[in-house]
Design a protein around this ligand. Structure first.
Ligand code: HEC
Length: 174
């Protein structure tokens, strides 16, 4: 019966492991992802306290604001669709979507000429940077379609998402 103490030690180490897990940031991250959590919660990697909002407030007429936010939701839907194409190595599909819905040729589609006069110069430039990044992504996917280099396409996609992040960090609508 010299093996008797073993289960106790095992149980003890299991207990310690569980305690360590419960205290780790990983456990918090898991909880934050709970499907019934509040939708507006910060991403799990963000600090718990809300940092001061330093974004510049931009005033759009109400109708244009509604329109702009609808565009924004379309931008997000487009990114999602692009990722789906890339996951299937459909570089052409991803590139076409980016150009049509986010690229330089989407200007008319999103009424950029209507909203541009209400934007501060810096915001306009960030908008242009996003459209340009999307068009460059289109070119990168044409190259990736030849060598099937997913990394190349993802790097170009990241330039688009970084332009979303940059503008959101700097401006908000009234
Ligand atoms: C030129 C600036 C700019 C760029 C570039 C930009 N956004 Fe926005 N976006 C805004 C502003 C301003 C808001 C409103 C934020 C606020 O008032 O809190 C917004 C809001 C949103 C919203 C919320 C929409 C709603 O219904 O409330 C989504 C989603 C969004 N953007 C997605 C994106 C995505 C995805 C990209 C990149 C492909 C992107 N945006 C690029 C400025 C920008």
């Amino acid at each position: 019966m010299s093996r008797q103490p073993r289960p106790i030690r095992t149980r003890l180490s299991l207990l310690l492991a569980a305690a360590a897990l419960a205290l780790s940031p990983y456990a918090n991250a898991q909880q934050d992802q709970h499907p019934h959590g509040h939708g507006h919660e910060m991403p799990s990697v963000a600090p718990r306290s809300t940092p001061a909002d330093t974004r510049q407030v931009v005033a759009f007429p109400p109708e244009l604001k509604r329109h702009e936010l609808a565009n924004m939701r379309d931008h997000l839907a487009t990114l999602s669709a692009i990722q789906d194409h890339l996951a299937r190595y459909d570089f052409d599909g991803a590139g076409e979507l980016a150009e049509k819905r986010l690229g330089m040729s989407s200007f008319g589609l999103h009424g950029a000429h209507e909203v541009a006069p209400f934007m501060p110069k810096g915001m306009r430039e960030m908008g242009t940077a996003m459209h340009r990044a999307a068009s460059q992504f289109g070119i990168a996917t044409q190259e990736a379609a030849i060598d099937r280099d997913l990394g190349r396409a993802l790097t170009a996609l990241n330039k688009i998402t970084r332009s979303c992040v940059a503008c959101h960090a700097a401006y908000r609508l009234e």
